[in-house]
Ligand binder design. Structure first.
Ligand code: SF4
Length: 297
């Protein structure tokens, strides 16, 4: 059971990835500041710990890039003070890790899960649509520097989108970069559901396996597919039913579900993955975004 902590509002990010499940980036920036104030986060965390059982993990993730919050280091210190025994994970796109201040501020977490989607500048721009000052070379150097300084575990996610970043040349560049970065684990992932661009599709499990076989790197794993999520301890059947019933009444976007049910977008995404993999719902792209509706049998 993980407690998700959001340090930036939806949707502040250094990237605007074509596959982003949170939606289009509305503030594309490299500016680090207190997007959500430290005092507000501190009050919420204290209230949470006073009124709930301790989670197994605390995870920075959510609605944008958490390292854009300039007080992330203070939040980590606070968590280590309040609950020193709960491990902390940081989900980040990794683009700000080239900045030594950012690496310094996150060094006390236990696990960092950065991403790398493109090694050549062209592919990086096509898939991640970064803020214009960012370069793929700097991104990779930041990951190498992190590996050299960070004592915790690094699980690097490579998100494969067929036609975007799976050419032989790019896969060769990936391999070279991965050998330099030396993450503890390389996690191959792909799209389960529509991203912000119409018409993009995820890779099949077999395609991911072929990439892992081509690389021949011993620590590559393929992220578990949606059906396996039901086996996770924190999976709540009643939440699945609530989401399913809401969609049964009328088609909804991810945002609609988030507003109506007051459940975090990342959380809703997990259940949509399962419902879609079981052929109970389908996604339809319309003017207002991607709608989820009951699948006619
Ligand atoms: S880095 Fe993450 S939050 Fe930002 S656009 Fe990409 S997928 Fe979305």
């Amino acid at each position: 059971m993980s407690l998700g902590v959001d340090l930036v509002p939806k949707k502040v990010c250094t990237l605007d990835c074509v596959y982003c499940e949170v939606g289009k980036t509305t503030t594309l920036t490299l500016e680090r500041k207190e997007y959500i104030s430290f005092d507000e986060i501190q009050a919420e965390l204290i209230d949470y710990f006073n009124n709930n059982p301790d989670p197994d993990y605390i995870t920075f993730s959510g609605s944008g890039e958490p390292t854009l919050n300039s007080r992330i280091g203070d939040v980590i210190d606070l968590l280590k003070e309040l609950r020193p025994d709960i491990p902390i994970a940081l989900l980040t796109n990794g683009t700000l890790l080239a900045n030594p201040e950012v690496r310094e501020s996150v060094k006390k977490v236990d696990l960092i899960l950065p991403s790398l989607d493109g090694v050549s500048q062209k592919v990086f721009q096509k898939i991640d649509r970064p803020s214009k000052e960012l370069s793929a070379a700097e991104h990779i150097q930041g990951l190498i520097d992190l590996r050299n300084e960070f004592p915790g575990k690094i699980w690097l996610e490579v998100f494969i989108l067929p036609g975007y970043n799976d050419s032989r040349e790019e896969l060769d560049r990936f391999k070279e970069a991965l050998l330099h970065i030396r993450p503890d684990s390389i996690q191959l992932n792909t799209l389960d559901r529509p991203g912000t661009l119409p018409g993009i599709k995820g890779a099949s499990r077999q395609e991911l396996q072929e990439i892992a076989d081509y690389w021949q790197l011993e620590n590559t794993i393929i992220i578990s597919a949606a059906p396996d999520r039901k086996d996770v301890k924190s999976y709540r059947k009643e939440l699945e039913s609530v989401i399913w019933e809401t969609i049964s009444r009328r088609p909804c976007t991810l945002d609609d579900l988030h507003r109506m049910l007051d459940i975090h977008i990342s959380e809703i995404n997990k259940y949509l993955d399962v419902l879609e993999s079981e052929d109970k719902i389908e996604a339809q792209e319309m003017d207002r975004g991607v709608f989820y509706q009951v699948k006619e049998k």
